[in-house]
Design a protein around this ligand. Structure first.
Ligand code: SF4
Length: 444
């Protein structure tokens, strides 16, 4: 693969449902497609930018192009009756207030915070819930800086969509790094802080520094690693190259490394196309030159990457850039999941097929994995045991650490898409972890 080491600066331009019409002036978007975008983007967030539009989408292949599906709302993302209800209001030019009432009813049905994030992940310190943090697994705390709760483009399948739809009560967000510091000091089991969003790397380097500097200067608790959860390398690689404060960002990465903390860029790439531009090649090089490790992850999504060739090619690009393939996730039980989700059996086939096509260096990847209420559960295999066809499942992470690496079995169901749709195998009445999970739910 030839990697270009430089690129010309690009001025950032964002597109939302307010200026979507402008895109249709220079790219061919039929009135049907435009009108569906206007309807769906009332319910689920839409944002694109000129890099995605100019360099990632194949405009000769609309609407099937995977990056178009990744960023532009599709009519199938809403149930037909819901689509119709919003369309009528939009066509009648109803007020924002009236449309908002219809929209809120639809959003409320879409499980805005899956896997018990609101009820079970928010830590409590001295009786006060810390609403800009999540602490699900012993070693890792998630921190959601307020200014990072947006992205350079929105993925249509986003599991954090509720962060972007303007409902304050659906948001995780914090301006308070002191709270994080105190929490880390009093929780010595935490080694990793994942700064996430939205996308924390959308913040200016100056603001990002406000959150990172206290961590590297004070090393609260037993912190060893700072992670950034980001899709900026895919959606705006110029952030690392030619933006006004790109050099400051790289300097901040250097400072993290110089402080002897590990810096992990948890990069979200959905399709190999996102790894093929000169800009992303240069950005990956610039990041890895600091000593940061890039680990790559994405969900398996119908219409976007439900093809072993796409994953195998993507993992190969990642390894060529010095990055580590890390996770293939199962699409979460939230938002427009009916349009995007792939049954577990098919997900396992796609993973296995892709995995069998790549060298051992790509086989650092794990999956397909569900980030579910009890923990990260991987579909380890499909087998027949004692005459019963079963899913072999394994905890990669667990709310209770004693579950980690445990194998358990579910009755095979070709259509099941999530752990909650599976039944225990061999006539058992519940999975081994359920009693303990119920205790955790009750705060025991
Ligand atoms: S980058 Fe992540 S948080 Fe942002 S829209 Fe995509 S999935 Fe959601």
């Amino acid at each position: 693969m030839k990697i270009s080491r430089s690129c010309n600066p690009k001025q950032y331009k964002a597109y939302t449902n307010r200026n979507i019409q402008e895109i249709s002036q220079f790219k061919s978007l039929s009135e049907d497609v435009l009108s569906a975008i206007r309807v769906v983007s009332r319910v689920l967030p839409f944002r694109a930018n000129n890099y995605v539009i100019d360099e990632l989408i194949d405009w000769n292949n609309i609407p099937d192009d995977p990056i178009f599906q990744l960023v532009f709302p599709q009519p199938g993302m809403l149930e037909p009756a819901d689509f119709e209800a919003v369309r009528q209001q939009v066509d009648q030019k109803a007020s924002d207030h009236v449309i908002g009432q219809v929209v809120t009813g639809i959003q409320d049905k879409m499980n805005p915070h899956p896997a018990g994030q609101m009820q079970m992940n928010v830590p409590v310190q001295k009786g006060k819930p810390l609403s800009g943090m999540q602490h699900k697994y012993n070693e890792t705390v998630l921190f959601f800086p307020t200014q990072g709760q947006t992205c350079h483009a929105y993925c249509t399948y986003c599991f954090r969509w509720a962060q972007f739809v303007g409902h304050e009560d659906l948001k995780f967000a914090s301006k308070n790094v002191d709270e994080l510091m105190r929490y880390l000091d009093s929780h010595p089991q935490v080694t990793d802080v994942l700064i996430t969003g939205g996308d924390p790397l959308i913040m200016s380097s100056k603001i990002l520094r406000r959150f990172v500097e206290p961590l590297i200067q004070n090393k609260p608790g037993n912190i060893r690693t700072i992670r950034f959860g980001t899709k900026v390398p895919a959606y705006w690689p110029y952030r690392f190259l030619t933006d006004r404060d790109s050099d400051d960002l790289i300097r901040l990465f250097d400072e993290v490394i110089d402080s002897d903390l590990h810096l992990a860029i948890m990069a979200h790439f959905s399709h190999y196309r996102e790894l093929q531009t000169d800009a992303v090649a240069s950005a990956m090089k610039r990041i890895t030159e600091t000593g940061a490790m890039i680990r790559c992850q994405a969900p398996l999504i119908r219409h976007i990457n439900d093809d072993p060739h796409v994953w195998a090619t993507m993992w190969n690009y990642q390894v060529n850039y010095g990055a580590t393939p890390y996770y293939m996730f199962v699409e979460r039980d939230t938002g427009p999941k009916n349009y995007f989700s792939v049954p577990l059996a098919e997900a396992y086939d796609i993973f296995t097929n892709a995995y069998s096509r790549v060298s051992g260096l790509c086989r650092t990847v794990r999956g397909p994995s569900m980030s579910a209420t009890p923990g990260k559960i991987q579909v380890e295999g499909i087998s027949e045991i004692a005459g019963e066809k079963v899913f072999v499942l394994k905890f990669i992470q667990g709310r209770d650490p004693s579950w980690v690496n445990k194998i358990f079995y579910a009755h095979y169901d070709e259509k099941a898409r999530w752990i909650t749709e599976l039944k225990p195998a061999f006539g058992e009445s519940s999975f081994f972890y359920e009693d303990r999970l119920n205790e955790i739910r009750k705060g025991k």
